[in-house]
Design a protein around this ligand. Structure first.
Ligand code: SF4
Ligand code: SF4
Length: 504
C-alpha cells in the first residue's frame, strides 16, 4: 500500500478457533488474499479482496467472515466515497478505469416501478397446471397476411413464402458472451443448458470452438466489427446470425480482449495470433448507414442461402426507436436492444455507468414506433440488459419484446458473485478467465443443470404470471401494456412506456 491509496473496501477475517488450517482458502483465492506462512499460519491481505466469495463457499468450517467498508469517509452528498476513490485512483494511474459486469449506479429501476395485472371476478384467471399455456416463441419476420387456398380435394394450401424463424420453447435466451471473455467450460455449460431447455445462446464475437459444435443448432453466431472467427463454416453452423453494432454496457465503443487472455485455443477460435490483443473497432468499417447495414444483412443471407434469420444488436440509446425502424427495413429478422444495465467483461467505467438508456423505455418506444409505421411484423424484438427474474421478462414482453436474452443471471447461476473483476482474468469461479487451473473448477455438467433449472423455473413462473392475468399464450402478452401499471413513475416516463399509472 502506498501513502494516499484508498481505504480497504472489504475486510476478511478468519475465526482461528474454527479454522482447521486446511488451506482451501489459500488454494481457492485467485486474487492472493491468503498466504500460508512457514509456521502454518494464514496471512490475510484484505486489500486484495474483491468479495468474490470463493473462500467463504469453500471453507469447510464457515470460519471466514467478510465485511464491507470497515473504514468510512467523512460523509458528503456530492463527493461520495466512490467519486473520491475514482479521483484518487485516476490521479495515480493516469488511465481509464475499467469495470466488469453491469451499471453499478443507483438509478431507479423501471421494472420495479411497474406492476402486473391479475384477474378477479370479471375475467377469469387460468391455472397453468391444468390448462395448456403456449410459451413457444418464433423469432423472425412474419408475413403481413397469409395466402391460403382451398384445393380441389378440399385440402388447404399455404401459398405465402415464410421467412426462416427460430423456434424457442421459452422466450428466454442466453446472451452473447464470447470465448475469450469467458472460459470454454462456461460456454459449454451455457450451450448445454440452451440445448436442454430448447432455446438458443449467443457465441459472442469469439468464434465457435469445435467443442461447441455438438450444440450448434442452439447457437446464434455473432458477427462483430472485428470479424473474429468469422468464415463461411462459422456462419453455416449457427442457427441464426447476429450482427453486433452496439452493446448496452458500452454503447459507441468497440471491444478489447487483452492479449494475455488470448491463449492458443482462443487464438485458433478467433483466428488471430496467440497473445495479441483482440480489438473490435467501435464502428464496422463497412457500415455507415442503414443502406450499408442492409447490404451486410443481405450478404450474410446470401452466403447462407437465405436459410437463417439475421439479427442486429444495438445498444439502447437516444432515438433507438428510429434506428430500430431502419433496421426493420434493412431486411433483418430481429432487432436486439441491449439496455444500459447490460453486463460485460470489461468496459470503461464512465461508459458503463453513464451512457445509454434503460431497456424498459427502449423496448416500449421501439415497439410503438414499429407499430406506428406498420412494420412490427417485419422484425422481432429481443430485450436484454439487466433482466433479473421472471417478472422482468413478463414486463419486457408486455412492453413489446418477443423474447429476452439473459447474461449476468446465467453467470450467477453458475457461481458468479458479481464481484465486477472479470476484466482481470482471474475469476475464481472459472467463468471470466482462461487460466487452466481456474477454468477446471467449473464443471459443465453440473453448471449446465443450474442454468437449465434457472430457465425452467423462470418459464414456469412466467406461465403462472400469464395465467394470473388470464392470458394463455405469450403472443397475447406481447405489447399488452394494459396488463401493466406504473407506480411512482413520472408522467414523461409513463408516456414513453405507454403505460397508465396505478389506480387508472
Ligand atoms: S478454508 Fe477455512 S478452515 Fe480452511 S484454512 Fe481457510 S479459513 Fe481455515
Ligand atoms: S464472472 Fe467471475 S470475475 Fe466476473 S463478476 Fe462473476 S465472479 Fe467476478
Amino acid at each position: 500500500m502506498s501513502l494516499g491509496s484508498v481505504p480497504l473496501k472489504y475486510r476478511i477475517q478468519i475465526d482461528r478457533q474454527q479454522c482447521m488450517q486446511c488451506m482451501r482458502c489459500v488454494d481457492n483465492c485467485s486474487y492472493g488474499v491468503f498466504r500460508e506462512e512457514d509456521d502454518g499460519n494464514i496471512l490475510i491481505d484484505s486489500r486484495k479482496c474483491t468479495a468474490c466469495h470463493r473462500c467463504i463457499s469453500m471453507c469447510p468450517r464457515d470460519a471466514i467472515n467478510l465485511s464491507e467498508r470497515p473504514v468510512d469517509y467523512r460523509s458528503h452528498p456530492l463527493w461520495t466515497p466512490e467519486a473520491r476513490e475514482d479521483v484518487i485512483n485516476q490521479s495515480r494511474s493516469g488511465r481509464i478505469v475499467l469495470a466488469g459486469m453491469g451499471n453499478a449506479k443507483d438509478y431507479p429501476i423501471i421494472y420495479d416501478r411497474l406492476v402486473l395485472d391479475a384477474c378477479q371476478v370479471t375475467n377469469p384467471s387460468i391455472d397453468p397446471l391444468r390448462e395448456p399455456m403456449e410459451l413457444r416463441t418464433y423469432l423472425g419476420q412474419k408475413p403481413s397476411k397469409l395466402d391460403i387456398r382451398k384445393q380441389e380435394n378440399g385440402d388447404f394450401e399455404l401459398n405465402t413464402k415464410l421467412s426462416p424463424n427460430l423456434e424457442l420453447q421459452t422466450p428466454i435466451m442466453i446472451g452473447h458472451m464470447s470465448y475469450g471473455a469467458i472460459s470454454l467450460n462456461a460456454q459449454l455449460s451455457l450451450a448445454k443448458a440452451a440445448a436442454k431447455t430448447g432455446t438458443y445462446m449467443g457465441t459472442g464475437e469469439g468464434g465457435l470452438h469445435k467443442d461447441i459444435y455438438p450444440y450448434q443448432d442452439n447457437m446464434i453466431v455473432q458477427v462483430a466489427s472485428g470479424r473474429f472467427g468469422v468464415d463461411i463454416n462459422y456462419l453455416e453452423r449457427g442457427a441464426a446470425i447476429e450482427i453486433k453494432i452496439g452493446q448496452g454496457a458500452k454503447p459507441g465503443i468497440g471491444g478489447h480482449l487483452p492479449g494475455e487472455k488470448v491463449c492458443t485455443d482462443v487464438s485458433c477460435t478467433r483466428m488471430i495470433p496467440a497473445g495479441s490483443d483482440a480489438i473490435s473497432p467501435a464502428p464496422h468499417h463497412d457500415i455507415y448507414s442503414i443502406e450499408d447495414l442492409a447490404q451486410l444483412v443481405r450478404g450474410l443471407k446470401e452466403a447462407t442461402e437465405w436459410k437463417k434469420p439475421v439479427f442486429v444488436k444495438i445498444a439502447a440509446v437516444h432515438n433507438v426507436a428510429a434506428v430500430a425502424a431502419g433496421i426493420a427495413r434493412s431486411s433483418a429478422d430481429a432487432v436486439v436492444i441491449d439496455g444500459f444495465r447490460g453486463g460485460t467483461g470489461a468496459s470503461p467505467k464512465v461508459f458503463r455507468d453513464n451512457v445509454g438508456i434503460p431497456i424498459e423505455a427502449a423496448v416500449a418506444s421501439v415497439d410503438q414506433k414499429l407499430n406506428d409505421q406498420g412494420i412490427r411484423n417485419k422484425v422481432s424484438v429481443i430485450a436484454s440488459g439487466g433482466i433479473r427474474n421472471s417478472a422482468d421478462i413478463a414486463k419486457s414482453i408486455a412492453l413489446g419484446a418477443d423474447a429476452v436474452y439473459i447474461g449476468t443471471a446465467a453467470l450467477i447461476s453458475m457461481g458468479c458473485r458479481v464481484c465486477g473483476n472479470c476484466y482481470r482474468g482471474l475469476c475464481p469461479w472459472g467463468i471470466a478467465t482462461q487460466r487452466e487451473d481456474l477454468v477446471s473448477r467449473l464443471d459443465p455438467e453440473v453448471e449446465s443443470e443450474h442454468v437449465a433449472n434457472l430457465i425452467n423455473s423462470w418459464t414456469l413462473e412466467l406461465s403462472e404470471l400469464m395465467g394470473a392475468a388470464g392470458i394463455n399464450s405469450i403472443e397475447s402478452l406481447r405489447g399488452n401494456r394494459s396488463r401493466l401499471r406504473g407506480y411512482m413513475l413520472d408522467e414523461g416516463t409513463l408516456d414513453v412506456l405507454q403505460v397508465k399509472p396505478v389506480g387508472a
